[in-house]
Design a protein around this ligand. Structure first.
Ligand code: AKG
Ligand code: FE2
Length: 381
């Protein structure tokens, strides 16, 4: 930390004590995305996010060199369970905190090797978090959570990002050599971690080794409005029971959470006191068996066939042999409008934007424009 940052931080905390009650911070409308490691200093993070206590997402460029990202993931983006099993992950000991299958009382977790944990997990996702354990309330929907003890004899699993280098909790636990707050979560699509805030109001950070997660983030204090009539916090903030005003009388006062979709390799900063709920999403490649390039090609083929069908039906002249007129005009027009929407979101997708499209016979933006023109032309059909 430089002098100026320290002076600002100290002033901030003196001012905060005097002006702002504990936990009040103006929630931002969206979460910033930090693209380039070179252009983002410790002071930038400290002043822009840590002090104001607001979340941010770091691009996958920040974790590019990590051994876990290189070795634990298959080329098509799935967890490489064979590798992890084969490796037995050296002597790395992994304590299973929670398993989706059964309840384990607090403190009664037998340490397990990583491979023992892997043998119990479905091919799914792998995430690495530093900061907190989850509450020990378990449901069949939760991902597994293991605590990874670093062992210098094994591959370099991760390197601590400079932004989180002053981590009192882990420093303390390391110093007394008892335990730590470094966790690996693993779970297939559909598993989720219940609503909670991290231990001792700590901040935390979390990286997806592979897979995608959806985070629902509530600024400090918002959780008060979510309490039920007995004063308890909800287990699942997406449950329809929250809409029942008799059960959750103050719920209407709670603003919607900040929603973050965290992609593979990206790192999320979860500030202190922010409650959150985390859902494991589909791995695009593993779910559909195709990657972005193939998915674009798939959309393009169907789009061209539907456009041909419409051209034929509307007597526009150029009739190809591939258009299937049995579909009918309405179905073709409907499909075109759906494809347009899907393609628009694909074109806006950050991962897709990184795909090299120079060899594509038709650029995605051009196809999108053509589709939009067809949608306009066929709207009144
Ligand atoms: O990824 C999860 O399932 C939970 C992670 C979490 O709560 C955290 O890192 O703070
Ligand atoms: Fe958490």
């Amino acid at each position: 930390m430089d002098r100026e940052t320290r002076a600002l931080a100290e002033k901030h905390f003196r001012g905060l004590g005097a002006r702002l009650p504990d936990g009040v911070c103006g929630p931002p409308g969206r979460v910033d995305f930090i693209e380039k490691p070179d252009a983002f200093s410790y002071a930038d993070f400290f002043k822009g996010y840590l002090l104001p206590n607001v979340p941010c997402v770091f691009s996958s460029a920040f974790t590019e060199g990590w051994g876990s990202r290189k070795h634990w993931v298959t080329p098509d983006g799935k967890p490489d369970l064979d590798y992890l099993l084969r490796k037995r992950h050296g002597c790395t000991c992994c304590q299973l905190r929670s398993a989706g299958i059964q309840r384990q009382p607090q403190g009664a977790h037998a340490p397990q090797r990583v491979h023992q944990l892997l043998e119990r997990v479905h091919p799914g996702k792998l995430f690495l978090s530093q900061g907190l354990p989850l509450p020990q309330r378990l449901a069949p929907v939760q991902p597994m959570c293991g605590s990874l003890h670093r062992d210098t004899s094994v591959e370099d699993v991760y390197s601590l990002p400079v932004y989180f280098s002053s981590d009192w909790l882990n420093e303390y636990w390391d110093a007394i050599n008892v335990d730590d707050y470094r966790f690996i979560y693993m779970g297939p699509t559909g598993t989720w971690s219940p609503f909670h805030a991290d231990i001792f109001r700590s901040f935390s950070w979390s990286v997806n080794i592979c897979g995608r997660k959806k985070w629902l983030l509530f600024p400090p204090g918002q959780e008060e409005a979510l309490r039920d009539c007995h004063g308890s916090l909800p287990y699942d903030v997406t449950s329809p029971t929250l809409l029942d005003v008799r059960l959750h009388p103050a719920c209407a006062r709670c603003s919607p959470p900040l929603e973050v979709t965290q992609e593979a390799g990206e790192m999320l900063f979860v500030p202190s006191g922010w409650h959150h709920q985390v859902h494991n999403l589909v791995i695009m490649k593993s779910c559909t068996g195709i990657n972005y390039k193939e998915f674009y090609h798939f959309l393009k083929v169907i789009a061209e066939r539907r456009i041909l069908t419409l051209a034929k039906e509307m007597g526009a002249g150029t009739v190809g042999s591939v258009g299937d007129s049995r579909l009918g005009t309405q179905q073709a027009a409907f499909d075109v409008s759906r494809i347009t929407e899907v393609l628009a979101s694909l074109v806006a997708n950050r991962d897709f934007q990184r795909v090299d499209t120079s060899t594509f016979s038709l650029q995605p933006e051009e196809l999108l424009q053509q589709l939009e023109e067809v949608v306009t032309a066929t709207a009144a059909l």
